[in-house]
Write a protein that binds this ligand. Structure first.
Ligand code: ADP
Length: 417
């Protein structure tokens, strides 16, 4: 029975949160999409939706369905995980989803913070900083779907909820959990539905976590979860464990499939080329998903090993990506490569690959869908934000890497030990 139930508005954000919970001692499973059966056994369950930029009504319906499944499984507290840059528009979806979850939980108040100081996200007097600059100067003001042009989260949230929004400012949070709890009560009694909470250190997030122990709903980035496992330990519901990220042993062949064209991934492929077999597919000369996959699988078959990975990459520098996009259109080009790599992953698993790294957010989505994976048990991190996971059904060890994550030796180090 899960203690904590989480609804995440995107896939990589869900993994990020799940990793945070494992680091803080909760055995955690990430479920992909609204659960359609019994939830896997875990202390925390994170339901990964793709609701961040969905139409608000759809985001609300899916979030409520996820919440329902978590409550039915016994979750005692719900966390609505949003982006640490608070990605949303005046239409939502943070406000409408939070309003709906509060109604469902019969609660009138929730704290909100996207702060995660270790990742450069701080909230001070309600203003969100990304590194050293305000949110609206961080590049997020130009985001194609959710441009963030106001760094004042009290205003941003107020624009998308029917409720009123207050602030728990730095001096209160600095004074500790008891002060935060008092301020939460005062704001709730004064008719505020939400409070944006300042946090510029982990100590602030832990104080907030402790103060929110009895809150039915929290809204935030993965930082807001930092203090929550301790509440369950304090209540005697969660045992101390050194090994919340324990996974079944990994055996079988090793492989990497890369569809990210981000700079970090291109660097990782460059280093891998010097040490392990690497096949670079060229969708420009072979714009056919089936043919690319067949070529890759023929190549891989002779090279697969349980000692070192083979790497199949479609990744290419910007000029080659632009050339394919100019020929086929951006969406068709993306889907073509995703299809090819999903078939490669499927073929590799059929040939005995049991530990697979996938590079690229969209690429990961395509692979997970093709393999029919419903849940990921979260293991130890390879690099910050990228854990090994154990995928079910199928029992595959899978690491899903968002393009720009990971050090240069990621594709090699992932398989060490
Ligand atoms: P990231 O996490 O780096 O954003 P994604 O997998 O989300 O990576 O996005 C990369 C996109 O680029 C995918 O849609 C992928 O299919 C596409 N892609 C990969 N290689 C090429 C290529 N050579 N030409 C054009 N598009 C490509």
């Amino acid at each position: 029975m899960p203690l904590l139930g989480c609804v995440a508005d995107d896939f990589t954000g869900a993994t990020d949160l799940a990793s945070m919970l494992v680091r803080n001692g909760m055995r955690t499973v990430q479920v992909i999409g609204v659960p359609d059966g019994p939830l896997p056994e875990a202390e925390a369950v994170v339901v990964a939706l793709k609701s961040r930029t969905a139409p608000p009504a759809q985001a609300v319906a899916e979030s409520l369905a996820a919440c329902e499944a978590l409550l039915a499984a016994g979750a005692r507290q719900i966390l609505f995980k949003v982006c640490s840059t608070f990605d949303s528009t005046a239409e939502g979806n943070i406000g409408p989803v939070a309003d709906a979850l509060l109604r469902r939980l019969q609660s009138g108040f929730a704290v909100i913070t996207p702060a995660f100081p270790a990742n450069g996200r701080s909230v001070y007097l309600g203003h969100l900083f990304v590194g050293n600059v305000l949110l609206n100067e961080s590049g997020m003001e130009n985001h194609p779907l959710t441009p963030m042009r106001d760094p004042n989260l009290v205003r941003v949230m107020a624009a998308q909820t029917e409720g009123s929004v207050g602030l728990i400012p730095f001096p209160v949070v600095e004074a500790g959990a008891a002060a935060v709890r008092r301020e939460m009560s005062r704001l709730a009694e004064g008719g505020r539905r939400y409070a944006i909470v300042d946090a510029v250190t982990d100590a602030h997030l832990r104080a907030l976590g402790e103060a929110a122990a009895a809150q039915p709903l929290l809204v935030g980035g993965s930082g807001i979860a930092m203090g929550l496992p301790e509440n369950f330990r304090r209540a005697g519901l969660l045992a101390d464990t050194e090994d919340a990220g324990h996974l079944p042993p990994a055996e079988g062949l090793l492989a990497v499939v890369a569809g990210s064209c981000s700079r970090a991934t291109l660097g990782q492929i460059g280093l891998a080329r010097e040490q392990v077999p690497v096949l670079e597919l060229d969708p420009l000369t072979t714009p056919d998903a089936k043919e690319m996959a067949a070529t890759a699988l023929r190549w891989a078959e002779e090279r697969l090993s349980a000692e070192r990975p083979v790497v199949v990459a479609a990744s290419a520098p910007p000029d080659r990506v632009a050339a394919l996009q100019a020929r086929l259109g951006r969406d068709v080009a993306g889907v073509l490569v995703e299809e090819a790599l999903a078939s490669v992953a499927e073929g590799l698993v059929a040939r005995g690959v049991r530990r697979l790294v996938v590079a690229g957010g969209e690429t990961s989505g395509a692979v997970v869908q093709r393999l029919g994976i419903r849940s990921l048990r979260i293991g130890a991190e390879i690099d910050p934000g990228v854990p090994w996971t154990y995928a079910e059904p199928g029992g595959l060890h899978l690491a899903l890497k968002s393009g720009n994550f990971g050090g240069r030796d990621f594709f090699l180090r992932a398989f060490e030990g």
